[in-house]
Design a protein around this ligand. Structure first.
Ligand SMILES: [Zn+2]
Ligand SMILES: [Zn+2]
Length: 155
């Protein structure tokens, strides 16, 4: 995988570069993600905020309601309003970058499928990729190097 993936919004005003590969990649089939994307699921690359270099533009955030009540801020291009990443639970040091906004969205594949209890029935999950009815225990699934990076965020 390329080390410096780049992506951006639809109008081109907001551009970013990932300074390293993400820690982990979620494919989330929850109802919130379905509603927010208008699609079957969202693909999120979990990466430290300081490893997302903004090349141009200034993302604006909106608070999104969640079923869990946990805060969720969605960051969008101020012009075309395309969502590029999210921050959950007020953890600003951790970004959930929307893989579909990468110039090459095929560069990252999901490491886990979550909230498959609301997966659309026609979506077939790939064999060999862990899938969970709801959330999962990252300590059991993430590679050691990613857990190390996670610890640096959460202390
Ligand atoms: Zn834009
Ligand atoms: Zn979700």
């Amino acid at each position: 995988m390329a080390d410096h993936l780049e992506g951006g919004c639809a109008c081109g005003a907001l551009r970013y570069r990932l300074l390293s590969p993400p820690m982990f990649v979620h494919c989330c089939h929850c109802r919130d993600c379905q509603r927010q994307t208008g699609s079957a699921f969202v693909i999120n690359a979990l990466i430290e905020a300081d490893r997302v270099s903004v090349l141009s533009g200034d993302a604006e955030s909106t608070a999104a309601p969640t079923e869990s009540g946990r805060p969720h801020k969605i960051y969008r291009c101020p012009y075309c309003k395309i969502a590029v990443w999210s921050v959950y639970g007020g953890v600003d040091k951790l970004r959930f970058v929307r893989v579909g906004t990468l110039d090459d969205p095929a560069a990252l594949t999901p490491d886990v499928h979550i909230y498959v209890r609301s997966k659309l029935p026609w979506v077939t999950l790939p064999e060999g990729v862990p899938a969970f009815e709801a959330y999962y225990d990252s300590k059991k699934l993430w590679p050691a190097a990613s857990l190390e990076r996670r610890r640096a965020i959460f202390g």
